[in-house]
Design a protein around this ligand. Structure first.
Ligand SMILES: Nc1ncnc2c1ncn2[C@@H]1O[C@H](COP(=O)(O)OP(=O)(O)OP(=O)(O)O)[C@@H](O)[C@H]1O
Ligand SMILES: [Mg+2]
Length: 402
Protein backbone atom coordinates (compact mmCIF):
# COMPACT_ATOMS: atom_id res chain seq x y z
CA UNK A 1 0.00 0.00 0.00
CA UNK A 2 1.99 2.94 -1.29
CA UNK A 3 0.58 6.43 -1.08
CA UNK A 4 1.81 8.94 -3.64
CA UNK A 5 2.60 12.15 -1.80
CA UNK A 6 4.65 14.13 -4.28
CA UNK A 7 7.95 14.42 -6.11
CA UNK A 8 11.43 14.84 -4.77
CA UNK A 9 12.45 18.44 -5.56
CA UNK A 10 16.01 17.41 -6.43
CA UNK A 11 15.74 14.06 -8.24
CA UNK A 12 12.18 14.62 -9.52
CA UNK A 13 11.37 11.05 -8.52
CA UNK A 14 7.92 10.19 -7.21
CA UNK A 15 7.77 10.00 -3.42
CA UNK A 16 5.62 7.40 -1.72
CA UNK A 17 4.65 6.56 1.81
CA UNK A 18 4.12 3.03 3.01
CA UNK A 19 0.70 2.75 4.63
CA UNK A 20 0.71 -1.01 5.05
CA UNK A 21 0.89 -0.92 8.82
CA UNK A 22 -0.13 1.72 11.33
CA UNK A 23 1.67 5.03 11.28
CA UNK A 24 1.86 8.11 13.46
CA UNK A 25 2.39 11.21 11.35
CA UNK A 26 3.17 14.83 12.13
CA UNK A 27 2.22 17.44 9.53
CA UNK A 28 3.44 20.90 10.45
CA UNK A 29 4.23 24.27 8.91
CA UNK A 30 3.44 27.93 9.38
CA UNK A 31 0.10 29.47 8.51
CA UNK A 32 -0.88 28.91 4.88
CA UNK A 33 2.08 26.62 4.18
CA UNK A 34 -0.11 23.74 2.92
CA UNK A 35 -0.88 21.49 5.91
CA UNK A 36 -4.62 21.09 5.33
CA UNK A 37 -4.02 20.63 1.61
CA UNK A 38 -1.53 17.85 2.43
CA UNK A 39 -4.03 16.17 4.78
CA UNK A 40 -6.43 16.09 1.83
CA UNK A 41 -3.76 14.42 -0.33
CA UNK A 42 -3.23 11.75 2.34
CA UNK A 43 -6.97 11.04 2.48
CA UNK A 44 -7.24 10.81 -1.32
CA UNK A 45 -4.36 8.34 -1.36
CA UNK A 46 -5.81 6.27 1.48
CA UNK A 47 -9.00 5.95 -0.56
CA UNK A 48 -7.24 5.10 -3.79
CA UNK A 49 -4.85 2.48 -2.36
CA UNK A 50 -6.77 1.35 0.72
CA UNK A 51 -10.25 1.13 -0.82
CA UNK A 52 -12.61 -0.71 1.49
CA UNK A 53 -9.73 -1.79 3.73
CA UNK A 54 -9.33 1.58 5.43
CA UNK A 55 -11.60 4.05 7.20
CA UNK A 56 -10.21 7.59 6.86
CA UNK A 57 -11.59 10.08 9.39
CA UNK A 58 -10.73 13.77 9.18
CA UNK A 59 -11.27 15.68 12.39
CA UNK A 60 -12.21 19.07 11.04
CA UNK A 61 -12.26 21.95 13.53
CA UNK A 62 -12.60 24.55 10.75
CA UNK A 63 -15.45 22.96 8.80
CA UNK A 64 -13.60 22.97 5.47
CA UNK A 65 -13.25 19.37 4.25
CA UNK A 66 -16.79 18.91 2.90
CA UNK A 67 -15.41 20.39 -0.37
CA UNK A 68 -13.89 16.98 -1.13
CA UNK A 69 -17.15 16.03 -2.89
CA UNK A 70 -16.07 18.37 -5.67
CA UNK A 71 -13.46 17.65 -8.33
CA UNK A 72 -10.50 20.04 -8.46
CA UNK A 73 -11.03 21.16 -12.03
CA UNK A 74 -9.06 24.37 -11.55
CA UNK A 75 -5.83 22.33 -11.30
CA UNK A 76 -6.77 19.96 -14.12
CA UNK A 77 -3.62 20.65 -16.15
CA UNK A 78 -1.30 20.24 -13.20
CA UNK A 79 -3.04 16.96 -12.30
CA UNK A 80 -2.73 15.76 -15.88
CA UNK A 81 1.05 16.16 -15.78
CA UNK A 82 1.04 13.81 -12.77
CA UNK A 83 -1.06 11.24 -14.64
CA UNK A 84 -4.04 12.12 -12.43
CA UNK A 85 -7.52 13.48 -13.10
CA UNK A 86 -9.82 15.66 -10.97
CA UNK A 87 -12.18 13.60 -8.84
CA UNK A 88 -14.95 14.24 -6.32
CA UNK A 89 -15.26 11.79 -3.42
CA UNK A 90 -18.14 10.49 -1.41
CA UNK A 91 -18.23 12.55 1.79
CA UNK A 92 -19.97 11.66 5.03
CA UNK A 93 -20.20 14.84 7.04
CA UNK A 94 -20.68 13.69 10.61
CA UNK A 95 -22.05 16.52 12.71
CA UNK A 96 -22.07 15.95 16.46
CA UNK A 97 -25.32 17.41 17.76
CA UNK A 98 -28.33 18.52 15.81
CA UNK A 99 -27.36 19.70 12.28
CA UNK A 100 -30.58 21.68 11.89
CA UNK A 101 -29.89 23.82 14.95
CA UNK A 102 -26.14 24.07 14.34
CA UNK A 103 -26.43 24.99 10.65
CA UNK A 104 -28.49 27.42 8.67
CA UNK A 105 -31.15 25.64 6.57
CA UNK A 106 -29.76 27.24 3.37
CA UNK A 107 -26.25 25.96 4.13
CA UNK A 108 -27.57 22.44 4.71
CA UNK A 109 -29.49 22.67 1.45
CA UNK A 110 -26.35 23.63 -0.51
CA UNK A 111 -24.32 20.87 1.15
CA UNK A 112 -27.01 18.41 0.07
CA UNK A 113 -26.97 19.76 -3.49
CA UNK A 114 -23.24 19.22 -3.59
CA UNK A 115 -23.76 15.58 -2.70
CA UNK A 116 -22.53 15.83 0.89
CA UNK A 117 -24.14 13.20 3.07
CA UNK A 118 -24.96 15.02 6.34
CA UNK A 119 -25.21 12.65 9.28
CA UNK A 120 -26.06 13.65 12.84
CA UNK A 121 -23.83 12.03 15.43
CA UNK A 122 -25.04 11.51 19.00
CA UNK A 123 -22.84 10.38 21.86
CA UNK A 124 -23.95 7.67 24.26
CA UNK A 125 -23.91 8.98 27.84
CA UNK A 126 -22.93 5.48 28.99
CA UNK A 127 -19.71 5.65 26.92
CA UNK A 128 -18.36 8.31 29.26
CA UNK A 129 -16.82 6.95 32.46
CA UNK A 130 -17.67 8.35 35.93
CA UNK A 131 -14.29 10.15 35.78
CA UNK A 132 -15.13 11.41 32.31
CA UNK A 133 -18.40 12.94 33.49
CA UNK A 134 -16.62 14.66 36.39
CA UNK A 135 -13.95 15.94 33.98
CA UNK A 136 -16.59 17.30 31.64
CA UNK A 137 -18.16 19.37 34.42
CA UNK A 138 -14.77 20.22 35.87
CA UNK A 139 -15.97 18.62 39.12
CA UNK A 140 -13.17 17.47 41.42
CA UNK A 141 -13.89 13.87 42.44
CA UNK A 142 -12.75 14.69 45.99
CA UNK A 143 -15.26 17.52 46.39
CA UNK A 144 -19.04 17.19 47.04
CA UNK A 145 -20.15 17.86 43.45
CA UNK A 146 -17.72 15.35 41.98
CA UNK A 147 -18.41 12.74 44.67
CA UNK A 148 -22.17 12.77 44.00
CA UNK A 149 -21.79 12.76 40.22
CA UNK A 150 -19.20 10.00 40.29
CA UNK A 151 -21.45 7.89 42.52
CA UNK A 152 -24.50 8.40 40.27
CA UNK A 153 -22.69 7.44 37.05
CA UNK A 154 -20.89 4.55 38.69
CA UNK A 155 -24.15 3.09 39.97
CA UNK A 156 -25.60 3.27 36.48
CA UNK A 157 -22.52 1.67 34.96
CA UNK A 158 -22.66 -1.17 37.47
CA UNK A 159 -25.95 -2.19 35.90
CA UNK A 160 -24.01 -2.89 32.66
CA UNK A 161 -26.75 -1.41 30.50
CA UNK A 162 -26.67 1.71 28.35
CA UNK A 163 -28.15 4.73 30.08
CA UNK A 164 -29.27 8.20 29.06
CA UNK A 165 -29.11 11.59 30.76
CA UNK A 166 -32.52 11.37 32.49
CA UNK A 167 -31.21 8.20 34.20
CA UNK A 168 -28.32 10.23 35.64
CA UNK A 169 -30.80 12.87 36.85
CA UNK A 170 -32.91 10.22 38.59
CA UNK A 171 -29.87 8.70 40.23
CA UNK A 172 -28.76 12.08 41.60
CA UNK A 173 -32.25 12.88 42.89
CA UNK A 174 -32.40 9.53 44.68
CA UNK A 175 -29.01 9.92 46.36
CA UNK A 176 -29.87 9.84 50.09
CA UNK A 177 -26.39 10.93 51.23
CA UNK A 178 -26.05 14.09 49.12
CA UNK A 179 -27.06 17.53 50.47
CA UNK A 180 -29.85 19.28 48.54
CA UNK A 181 -27.65 22.22 47.49
CA UNK A 182 -25.13 19.86 45.89
CA UNK A 183 -27.86 17.95 44.10
CA UNK A 184 -29.37 21.19 42.86
CA UNK A 185 -26.04 22.45 41.46
CA UNK A 186 -25.39 19.13 39.79
CA UNK A 187 -28.86 18.83 38.31
CA UNK A 188 -28.44 22.26 36.70
CA UNK A 189 -25.29 21.08 34.97
CA UNK A 190 -26.80 17.81 33.85
CA UNK A 191 -29.76 19.75 32.45
CA UNK A 192 -27.36 22.02 30.56
CA UNK A 193 -25.67 18.94 29.07
CA UNK A 194 -29.07 17.75 27.87
CA UNK A 195 -29.62 21.08 26.07
CA UNK A 196 -26.48 20.62 23.91
CA UNK A 197 -28.43 18.01 21.92
CA UNK A 198 -25.16 16.12 21.75
CA UNK A 199 -26.15 13.01 23.69
CA UNK A 200 -28.49 10.26 22.50
CA UNK A 201 -31.92 10.44 24.10
CA UNK A 202 -32.77 6.76 23.64
CA UNK A 203 -31.13 3.48 22.70
CA UNK A 204 -27.46 2.89 22.02
CA UNK A 205 -25.72 3.52 18.69
CA UNK A 206 -22.27 1.93 18.43
CA UNK A 207 -20.26 4.94 17.23
CA UNK A 208 -17.82 2.93 15.15
CA UNK A 209 -20.70 1.96 12.84
CA UNK A 210 -21.05 5.58 11.72
CA UNK A 211 -17.66 5.62 10.01
CA UNK A 212 -17.47 3.98 6.60
CA UNK A 213 -14.52 2.55 4.68
CA UNK A 214 -13.87 3.78 1.14
CA UNK A 215 -15.35 7.25 1.82
CA UNK A 216 -14.22 10.52 3.33
CA UNK A 217 -15.53 10.61 6.89
CA UNK A 218 -15.42 14.25 8.00
CA UNK A 219 -16.05 14.84 11.67
CA UNK A 220 -17.20 18.44 11.65
CA UNK A 221 -16.38 20.08 14.97
CA UNK A 222 -16.55 23.63 13.68
CA UNK A 223 -19.81 24.46 15.42
CA UNK A 224 -18.77 23.12 18.82
CA UNK A 225 -17.02 24.89 21.62
CA UNK A 226 -13.20 24.60 21.60
CA UNK A 227 -11.12 24.55 24.79
CA UNK A 228 -9.46 21.81 26.78
CA UNK A 229 -12.74 20.84 28.43
CA UNK A 230 -14.92 21.91 25.55
CA UNK A 231 -17.31 19.83 23.51
CA UNK A 232 -14.84 19.29 20.65
CA UNK A 233 -12.55 17.50 23.03
CA UNK A 234 -15.43 15.59 24.55
CA UNK A 235 -16.45 14.24 21.14
CA UNK A 236 -12.91 13.18 20.25
CA UNK A 237 -12.32 11.53 23.59
CA UNK A 238 -15.40 9.34 23.26
CA UNK A 239 -14.83 8.51 19.59
CA UNK A 240 -11.13 7.72 20.05
CA UNK A 241 -11.96 5.45 22.98
CA UNK A 242 -14.75 3.62 21.15
CA UNK A 243 -12.67 3.07 18.04
CA UNK A 244 -9.74 1.81 20.07
CA UNK A 245 -11.95 -0.73 21.80
CA UNK A 246 -13.78 -1.77 18.63
CA UNK A 247 -10.54 -2.14 16.65
CA UNK A 248 -8.93 -4.19 19.43
CA UNK A 249 -11.89 -6.60 19.23
CA UNK A 250 -11.65 -6.63 15.44
CA UNK A 251 -7.92 -7.35 15.57
CA UNK A 252 -8.55 -10.36 17.74
CA UNK A 253 -11.04 -11.69 15.21
CA UNK A 254 -8.52 -11.10 12.40
CA UNK A 255 -5.92 -13.12 14.27
CA UNK A 256 -8.32 -16.04 14.31
CA UNK A 257 -8.99 -15.63 10.59
CA UNK A 258 -12.52 -14.33 11.21
CA UNK A 259 -14.21 -11.59 9.20
CA UNK A 260 -14.57 -8.21 10.91
CA UNK A 261 -16.93 -5.36 10.10
CA UNK A 262 -14.38 -2.72 11.09
CA UNK A 263 -11.25 -2.28 8.95
CA UNK A 264 -8.17 -0.28 9.94
CA UNK A 265 -8.68 3.36 10.83
CA UNK A 266 -6.68 6.46 9.97
CA UNK A 267 -7.67 9.49 12.02
CA UNK A 268 -6.33 12.84 10.81
CA UNK A 269 -6.53 15.72 13.26
CA UNK A 270 -6.27 19.18 11.73
CA UNK A 271 -5.37 21.92 14.24
CA UNK A 272 -4.21 19.12 16.55
CA UNK A 273 -2.90 21.47 19.26
CA UNK A 274 -6.57 21.81 20.29
CA UNK A 275 -6.58 18.16 21.32
CA UNK A 276 -3.00 17.24 22.29
CA UNK A 277 -1.51 20.53 23.50
CA UNK A 278 1.90 20.75 25.09
CA UNK A 279 1.71 21.48 28.82
CA UNK A 280 -2.00 21.10 29.57
CA UNK A 281 -4.54 18.30 29.72
CA UNK A 282 -7.70 18.03 27.64
CA UNK A 283 -10.65 15.67 27.73
CA UNK A 284 -9.25 13.75 24.75
CA UNK A 285 -5.51 13.85 25.30
CA UNK A 286 -5.06 10.52 27.12
CA UNK A 287 -7.02 8.66 24.45
CA UNK A 288 -5.02 10.23 21.63
CA UNK A 289 -1.68 9.54 23.30
CA UNK A 290 -2.84 5.95 23.60
CA UNK A 291 -3.55 5.89 19.84
CA UNK A 292 -0.06 7.20 19.13
CA UNK A 293 1.66 4.80 21.54
CA UNK A 294 -0.41 1.63 21.29
CA UNK A 295 -2.33 2.04 18.04
CA UNK A 296 -0.04 -0.18 16.00
CA UNK A 297 -1.44 -3.46 17.30
CA UNK A 298 -5.15 -2.68 16.75
CA UNK A 299 -4.38 -1.01 13.38
CA UNK A 300 -4.98 2.62 14.26
CA UNK A 301 -3.04 5.38 12.55
CA UNK A 302 -2.94 8.96 13.73
CA UNK A 303 -2.03 12.09 11.79
CA UNK A 304 -1.62 15.33 13.74
CA UNK A 305 -1.39 18.62 11.89
CA UNK A 306 -0.45 21.92 13.50
CA UNK A 307 1.10 25.29 12.78
CA UNK A 308 3.26 24.88 15.83
CA UNK A 309 5.06 21.63 16.57
CA UNK A 310 6.16 23.28 19.83
CA UNK A 311 2.49 23.46 20.86
CA UNK A 312 2.00 19.68 20.48
CA UNK A 313 2.49 17.32 23.39
CA UNK A 314 6.07 15.92 23.32
CA UNK A 315 4.79 12.38 23.99
CA UNK A 316 2.82 12.54 20.75
CA UNK A 317 5.68 14.17 18.80
CA UNK A 318 8.15 11.53 19.86
CA UNK A 319 5.81 8.76 18.64
CA UNK A 320 5.59 10.16 15.12
CA UNK A 321 7.42 7.91 12.68
CA UNK A 322 6.69 10.19 9.73
CA UNK A 323 7.22 13.93 9.68
CA UNK A 324 5.95 16.11 6.88
CA UNK A 325 7.10 19.62 7.63
CA UNK A 326 6.22 22.58 5.49
CA UNK A 327 7.96 25.92 6.02
CA UNK A 328 8.46 26.93 9.66
CA UNK A 329 9.67 30.30 10.85
CA UNK A 330 9.56 30.68 14.63
CA UNK A 331 12.55 29.69 16.66
CA UNK A 332 10.49 27.63 19.16
CA UNK A 333 8.90 25.56 16.40
CA UNK A 334 12.15 25.09 14.57
CA UNK A 335 13.83 23.79 17.71
CA UNK A 336 10.86 21.52 18.67
CA UNK A 337 11.15 19.93 15.25
CA UNK A 338 14.92 19.90 15.23
CA UNK A 339 14.89 17.89 18.45
CA UNK A 340 13.37 15.08 16.40
CA UNK A 341 16.51 14.90 14.22
CA UNK A 342 17.96 11.41 13.78
CA UNK A 343 21.44 10.13 12.98
CA UNK A 344 20.45 8.84 9.55
CA UNK A 345 19.53 12.33 8.33
CA UNK A 346 23.13 13.29 7.74
CA UNK A 347 22.42 16.75 9.11
CA UNK A 348 20.03 18.55 11.39
CA UNK A 349 16.37 18.76 10.46
CA UNK A 350 16.47 22.55 10.62
CA UNK A 351 18.86 22.66 7.65
CA UNK A 352 16.28 20.91 5.48
CA UNK A 353 13.40 23.12 6.69
CA UNK A 354 15.35 26.27 5.95
CA UNK A 355 15.81 25.14 2.36
CA UNK A 356 12.03 25.02 1.72
CA UNK A 357 10.93 27.79 -0.60
CA UNK A 358 7.36 27.53 -1.82
CA UNK A 359 3.88 26.68 -0.53
CA UNK A 360 3.26 22.98 -1.01
CA UNK A 361 6.90 22.03 -0.46
CA UNK A 362 7.72 19.87 2.53
CA UNK A 363 10.46 17.86 4.15
CA UNK A 364 9.50 14.21 4.49
CA UNK A 365 11.19 12.23 7.24
CA UNK A 366 10.39 8.53 7.22
CA UNK A 367 11.68 6.64 10.25
CA UNK A 368 10.72 3.29 8.79
CA UNK A 369 12.94 3.70 5.75
CA UNK A 370 15.33 6.07 7.52
CA UNK A 371 15.16 8.65 4.76
CA UNK A 372 14.78 12.42 4.43
CA UNK A 373 13.54 14.02 1.22
CA UNK A 374 12.44 17.43 0.09
CA UNK A 375 9.11 17.11 -1.67
CA UNK A 376 6.76 19.04 -3.82
CA UNK A 377 3.35 17.76 -2.66
CA UNK A 378 1.18 16.55 -5.54
CA UNK A 379 -1.90 18.54 -6.59
CA UNK A 380 -5.22 17.65 -5.04
CA UNK A 381 -7.76 15.68 -7.07
CA UNK A 382 -10.63 17.05 -5.00
CA UNK A 383 -11.27 20.64 -4.12
CA UNK A 384 -9.35 22.12 -1.19
CA UNK A 385 -11.50 24.05 1.25
CA UNK A 386 -10.66 26.81 3.65
CA UNK A 387 -8.51 29.06 1.49
CA UNK A 388 -10.55 31.99 2.70
CA UNK A 389 -10.77 32.67 6.42
CA UNK A 390 -13.80 31.25 8.22
CA UNK A 391 -15.87 33.50 10.53
CA UNK A 392 -14.36 34.50 13.87
CA UNK A 393 -14.50 31.56 16.24
CA UNK A 394 -16.26 33.60 18.95
CA UNK A 395 -19.23 34.12 16.66
CA UNK A 396 -20.18 30.49 16.49
CA UNK A 397 -19.93 29.18 20.01
CA UNK A 398 -23.12 29.84 21.83
CA UNK A 399 -23.74 26.28 22.88
CA UNK A 400 -22.13 26.28 26.26
CA UNK A 401 -21.52 29.39 28.24
CA UNK A 402 -19.81 28.96 31.56
N1 LIG B 1 0.70 21.22 -2.71
C1 LIG B 1 0.05 22.33 -3.06
N2 LIG B 1 -0.14 22.62 -4.36
C2 LIG B 1 -0.80 23.72 -4.73
N3 LIG B 1 -1.34 24.61 -3.87
C3 LIG B 1 -1.19 24.39 -2.57
C4 LIG B 1 -0.48 23.25 -2.10
N4 LIG B 1 -0.49 23.28 -0.76
C5 LIG B 1 -1.16 24.39 -0.43
N5 LIG B 1 -1.59 25.06 -1.49
C6 LIG B 1 -2.36 26.32 -1.48
O1 LIG B 1 -1.91 27.11 -0.39
C7 LIG B 1 -2.97 27.67 0.36
C8 LIG B 1 -2.79 27.37 1.84
O2 LIG B 1 -2.83 25.97 2.07
P1 LIG B 1 -3.50 25.32 3.36
O3 LIG B 1 -4.89 25.79 3.53
O4 LIG B 1 -3.28 23.88 3.25
O5 LIG B 1 -2.59 25.95 4.50
P2 LIG B 1 -2.46 25.56 6.04
O6 LIG B 1 -1.02 25.27 6.28
O7 LIG B 1 -3.44 24.51 6.38
O8 LIG B 1 -2.82 26.95 6.72
P3 LIG B 1 -3.52 27.26 8.13
O9 LIG B 1 -2.43 27.14 9.14
O10 LIG B 1 -4.01 28.65 8.00
O11 LIG B 1 -4.60 26.25 8.34
C9 LIG B 1 -4.24 27.04 -0.18
O12 LIG B 1 -5.02 28.04 -0.78
C10 LIG B 1 -3.83 26.02 -1.19
O13 LIG B 1 -4.60 26.11 -2.35
MG1 LIG C 1 -5.10 24.48 7.63
Amino acid sequence: MKMLLGKDTQSDELAYLNAEGSRAVLVCGKRGSGKSYTLGVIVEELLSVGGSEVIPIIVDPMGVYHTMTQANVSQQDALFSWGLAPKGYEVRLLIPGNPTTLYDADVLQILKQRGVNVIPLRLNPSDLSPDGWCDLFNADINKPLGIVLFRAVQRLQNKSEPFIIPDITKMIERDGKAPDATKEALLNRVEAAQSWELFATSGYQPLQELFMPGMVNVLDLSRLEPGNRGLRNLVISIIARNLFRARSDARLREEFGLATPLPRVWMLLDEAHQFVPNGSTTLSKDQLIRWAKEGRQPGLSLVVASQQPSAIDPDVLSQCDIILSHKLTTRADMSALNSLSQDYMGGELRTFIKALKRTGEAVLVDDERETVNMLRIRPRRSQHGGSTLPPQEEDVFDLWKR
